[in-house]
Design a binder for this molecule. Structure first.
Ligand SMILES: Nc1ncnc2c1ncn2[C@@H]1O[C@H](COP(=O)(O)OP(=O)(O)OP(=O)(O)O)[C@@H](O)[C@H]1O
Ligand SMILES: [Mg+2]
Length: 361
């Protein structure tokens, strides 16, 4: 567990109190998005959510909205996973949320929320059949842009989910697949804030540009749809009232470090790209910065060697893997890294929300 004496940990607790003092009720919906695959999105969502839940007493719901279901496979035990997906069709997954809407029955009645004790959070687990609903969301998007009731209702599917879960949680985290497809669009248009996990490579620089452009186009198109809505009473009021998608920052993952005289340094080849990231991020996402001095860099998670796959086979967060040997070292590094990212996460959340409150008043 986190050292209670750590300044990052204590500061994060103070920031959480500051957030509570702002008097906002209901969970904040945060999505973790990068249309580049394999950059560590799922690993970050699961472990940051665990850090917030286990060490900072936050009530977290994690939604696995990626048809690959990697987060689900990570956090459920092998028996639970087999018990859910071993038969012909799984029940109690995110498919239960989407299916009724897709056959014209409106929003689902209940949310299939389950507990994930080792990670300290609740989850709506994923389903490969989510991929089958991608077409539905894509078709309905055309209708949504023109203000059609059905299209807007489908587009606000995740908004509806967030609204229904909001009173029970501090945060709702979304793990998303690596695409600029319809499911991810619907989540991004419903979330309060987004975080960009990335790897240190030139492909991530390019992906950030795509994210910036896609978000801009989608938000404009949705604003038109809302303006021309056939039936404005269908719009999810809570989500639309003065809302603006906030950018909390980016996290780099899996770079290699080398140690010289007990000082760790990022390997030079990574550093060459890493130094370009702040400029690349600012150039496409500057309009999301709450102030010119905003620092979107939430932290760097170095390659944690075999701690990552070990935490997967144990279905346990990296910060609580209890094995001895070399794992003791990497686990303590993981703890420090996640403590620091959690602290930066709350700092930026406060900065972004202070700005959005000032613009709305
Ligand atoms: N800090 C790390 N150290 C070592 N391995 C890591 C680290 N972060 C992630 N990995 C490994 O990298 C791989 C990709 O990570 P992950 O599945 O989280 O990426 P992703 O962005 O969610 O992928 P996808 O785009 O397919 O959803 C996994 O095998 C994971 O164990
Ligand atoms: Mg993933």
């Amino acid at each position: 567990m986190a050292s209670p004496k750590s300044t990052s940990h204590d500061h994060a607790l103070k920031l959480i109190q500051d957030l509570a003092d702002k008097g906002r009720s209901g969970a904040r919906a945060i999505c973790f998005f990068n249309n580049k695959g394999g950059v560590g999105k799922t690993t970050l969502v699961a472990n940051l959510a665990a850090q917030l839940a286990l060490n900072l007493n936050q009530r977290i719901l994690v939604v696995d909205a990626d048809p690959q279901c990697n987060l689900t496979q990570y956090v459920l035990t092998d028996n639970e996973f087999e018990g859910t997906y071993g038969g012909l069709s799984a029940t109690g997954t995110i498919y239960d949320v989407i299916h009724p809407l897709s056959i014209g029955k409106g929003y689902s009645r209940d949310l299939p929320i389950r507990k994930v004790p080792k990670f300290g959070f609740d989850a709506i687990i994923g389903d490969p059949r989510l991929a089958l609903k991608e077409d539905l969301l894509a078709q309905d998007w055309r209708d949504a842009k023109a203000g059609g009731t059905r299209g807007l209702r489908t587009t606000f599917l995740f908004s509806n989910l967030i609204d229904r879960a909001a009173e029970h949680y501090d945060f709702i985290f979304f793990d998303m697949g690596p695409s600029l497809g319809a499911i991810n669009r619907s989540i991004l248009l419903s979330a309060d804030h987004f975080v960009v996990p990335m790897s240190i490579d030139i492909f991530s620089l390019w992906a950030i540009k795509n994210i910036g452009q896609a978000l801009g186009v989608w938000q404009t198109e949705l604003a038109n749809g809302i303006r021309f809505a056939e039936d404005p009473s269908e719009l999810p009021r809570n989500r639309l009232k003065g809302r603006n998608l906030g950018f909390l920052g980016y996290v780099t993952q899996q770079h290699k470090e080398k140690s010289e005289n007990k000082v760790s340094r990022v390997v030079e080849a990574y550093n060459a790209i890493k130094t370009k990231l702040p400029h690349a991020v600012a150039s496409v996402l500057k309009s999301y910065f709450p102030s010119p001095t905003f620092d979107p860099h939430l932290g760097d998670i170095k390659h944690l060697a075999s701690l990552a796959p070990k935490s997967q086979t144990l279905h346990t967060p990296m910060i609580t893997v209890t094995l001895k040997g070399s794992y003791t070292v990497t686990r303590s590094q993981a703890r420090k890294i996640y403590e620091s990212i959690a602290e930066r996460f709350f700092e930026n959340l406060l900065a972004v929300e202070a700005k959005s409150k000032a613009s709305n008043s």
